[in-house]
Design a protein around this ligand. Structure first.
Ligand code: ADP
Ligand code: MG
Length: 421
């Protein structure tokens, strides 16, 4: 099949009910249909799944989708099945399947029914599965969350390093599609190198979030009253406050409650029931504020979060971008306020000192970028986007005036470790 012969808009409507592609999706789909190695970099929520799901559904053979989380795979398989009357259209292959279930999966693939096969990277290394996949038609291999291949990414998975080797065993000409929301040039290089796909056509969406306002305040001992004042000025709006430790989460939640602000705590030390309850309370707007560790937010889709406060600095700009990205999903205002003190940097460095040296070095380097961001007097948006390898015109770019440095230019302050001039 040739991409020119297929009306991909019609297929988009037929399978997903959408009348338009989002952003770069159409170009990506055409690239995959043309059997090219393809590299997709789009922010979270950008619509990466569809980029490989649609070509998989309309092509011959089975697409193998590598994904790091079993829960994520199950969600996707359920979603695909709901688009079709054929249950076997998508399957997950993992260690929890019974022999009978595995036989069913293999049957459906051999019969050409299965269009998408989700596998965890460690399952894909199993000799038995590799042999089986060699005997069937594989349309392409999509590697979701491809940053897991890089030690510079926020979620390094050593198993991802074996993928290139396995894909080669499937036959030299199987196209590879890498997808990630990690935009740092270093991670991208690592992905292309490790997947041996330097010839890939790369599609990179902009990471600019023009509706987010970025601000950094010096952290003083008055931080709690400062936060309370901020929240009271934003009465009735939903917000998230991120803290480094569980203890701090509890303490801040309590201070807010005492001061008449409806807030709940969220961290991995709470039991699952309490966590779910607090999350629901936030989603249902029974409370205005959730005070949380970074355990909160993965997969949370509340469109009208109006502010994200970092009580403590994040460990990398990548995390900062992800965490602040939970504000203003609906396109409305989103205030991203971070408190910064060098003491916190030292604290984080101390935390890391117990780790293996290589990991420490990466951790320190990432942290230095956060320091530079906090101390800069230039456009914060320009700084962030530059970090992601993206040029931003701080005079005419979208959202150019949406940060403290641009609105209230300081006299050039002492800014250590500045990386961007
Ligand atoms: P990502 O993996 O990039 O974070 P997802 O693939 O999970 O993003 O998609 C995010 C959301 O965008 C989903 O709710 C999806 O249904 C929606 N979406 C994807 N493509 C389109 C489109 N062409 N039109 C409208 N909504 C879309
Ligand atoms: Mg995704």
């Amino acid at each position: 099949m040739n991409s020119n012969e297929i009306d991909i808009h019609k297929e988009l409507k037929k399978y997903f009910g959408f009348s338009q592609f989002k952003g770069l999706q159409e170009q990506v789909v055409r690239s995959i249909l043309a059997k090219q190695n393809t590299f997709v970099i789009m922010p979270t929520g950008g619509g990466k799944s569809l980029c490989y799901q649609l070509p998989a559904l309309i092509q011959e053979g089975t697409a193998i989708v590598v994904s790091p989380l079993i829960a994520l795979m199950k969600n996707q398989v359920d979603a695909i099945r709901s688009l079709s009357s054929e249950n076997g259209i998508a399957h997950v292959l993992n260690s929890s399947l019974t022999k009978t279930e595995i036989a069913q999966v293999k049957n459906d693939i051999s019969a050409g029914i299965t269009k998408l096969l989700y596998v965890a990277p460690e399952s894909l290394t199993k000799e038995e599965y590799v042999q089986f996949l060699q005997s069937v038609t594989v349309s392409f291999v999509a590697i979701d969350e491809a940053h897991c291949i890089s030690e510079w990414g926020h979620d390094f998975r050593p198993e991802y390093r074996n993928l290139r080797h396995i894909i080669k065993q499937l036959g030299g000409d199987v196209p590879v599609i890498g997808l990630t929301a990690t935009a740092t040039p270093k991670v991208q290089e690592d992905i292309l190198k490790n997947l041996d796909m330097s010839n890939a056509t790369t599609f990179k969406a902009s990471f600019n979030r023009p509706n987010l306002y970025y601000e950094v305040r010096t952290k003083t001992k008055n931080i709690e009253s400062d936060i309370i004042r901020f929240i009271k000025q934003n009465k009735g709006k939903s917000g998230i406050i991120y803290c480094l430790s569980r203890k701090k989460v509890e303490a801040i939640a309590e201070v807010l409650q005492v001061n008449g602000i409806s807030a709940v705590a969220y961290h991995a030390g709470l039991d699952a029931k309490t966590r779910a309850k607090h999350q629901d309370m936030f989603l249902m707007e029974d409370v205005e504020v959730v005070v949380a560790t970074i355990a909160f937010g993965m997969g949370i889709d509340k469109p009208d979060v109006r502010f994200v406060i970092h009580h403590d600095i994040p460990k990398s700009l990548e995390s900062y971008y992800q965490e602040t990205g939970r504000a203003g999903r609906d396109g409305g205002e989103g205030h991203c306020l971070a408190y910064y003190s060098y003491k916190d940097v030292e604290k984080l460095e101390k935390f890391m000192s117990g780790k293996p040296v290589a990991e420490q070095e990466i951790g320190f380097a990432l942290l230095q970028e956060v320091v530079a961001y906090a101390e800069t007097s230039m456009s914060r948006r320009k700084f962030l986007l530059h970090y992601f390898g993206e040029e931003f015109d701080s005079e005419t770019g979208e959202g150019a005036d949406m940060d403290d440095n641009v609105r209230n230019p300081k006299n050039k302050v002492e800014a250590k470790n500045q990386v961007v001039q």
